[in-house]
Design a protein around this ligand. Structure first.
Ligand code: ATP
Length: 234
């Protein structure tokens, strides 16, 4: 579904991503893990069309994303939940969700999709008239995920969904990610929390200072000595 090939990204003279290649197949959860500053967010923003690469290609279905406008990428079925959630404060929960349907696919029934989002995140239904800024961190993460699901993506990109959340919310968010997969959405998950991210992943990749250094099934990577030493405290 997504094929990233020899991707190189520069900020001015600084090369943040050096010739990275990986793929996500339909139906998978793929986790890209790495320390702070490894280049995870840069890769994600390049896939979403928000950053243009210095080299390489990103194929999504029949589209070359490095040459496609961000709004067209969303309309083609790829949607992103950004790091730090970025919910719109001053707007209600409902209005935030409606923003997510702005770039919906043709003929999509927004009312039905909203109903499905409320079923998956009942707390959002309870709080639908509340200002998004008044939600807790975990609830804001759910809102950001709900907003991304409003465009009914085939591929959902998640940037550090566990960031800043208490362990109990992290568990809940990761359970929801698995449910989203079960209902047919493919997921690319970017995380510093390697333990959680690899434990739900079909496959994973380890990124270090802009290069991929390891890949395997989630299970293989969790068991690997290198991953345990570097990310899981030995
Ligand atoms: P984090 O978990 O902190 O988001 P990350 O793995 O997502 O880390 P990136 O944010 O992609 O890493 O950053 C990769 C490298 O690119 C870092 O060295 C960072 O300082 C640099 N970088 C990121 N954004 C910019 C920018 N807008 N201008 C210049 N350098 C940048």
């Amino acid at each position: 579904m997504l094929k990233v090939k020899d991707l190189t990204v520069k900020y001015g003279v600084i090369e943040a991503v050096h010739g990275v290649s990986f793929e996500v197949k339909k139906g998978e959860i793929v986790s890209l893990v790495g320390a702070n500053g490894a280049g995870k967010t840069t890769i994600l923003r390049t896939i979403s069309g928000l950053v243009r690469p210095a080299g390489g290609s990103i194929q999504f279905k029949e589209l070359e994303l490095t040459k496609t406008a961000p709004q067209k990428i969303v309309a083609a079925g790829l949607s992103q939940v950004p790091e730090g959630r970025h919910v719109f404060s001053g707007l209600s929960v409902m209005e935030n969700l409606e923003m997510g349907a702005f770039l919906k696919k043709k003929n999509q029934d927004s009312k039905r999709v909203l109903q499905e989002v409320f079923e998956r995140f009942p707390i959002l239904a309870d709080r639908k008239n509340q200002d998004a800024a008044t939600l807790s961190g975990g609830e804001q993460q759910m809102l950001a995920m709900g907003r991304a699901l409003m465009s009914e993506p085939d591929l959902l990109l998640l940037d550090e969904p566990s960031m800043g959340l208490a362990p109990i919310f992290i568990k809940e968010i990761f359970d929801i990610i698995q449910e989203i997969q079960k209902q047919g959405t493919t997921v690319l998950l970017i995380e510093q929390n390697a333990n959680m991210a690899l434990s739900i992943a079909d496959r994973g990749y380890v990124l270090e200072t802009g290069s991929l250094v390891l890949s395997g099934t989630g299970e293989e990577l969790l068991a690997s000595e290198e991953v345990r030493k570097a990310y899981l405290g030995g």
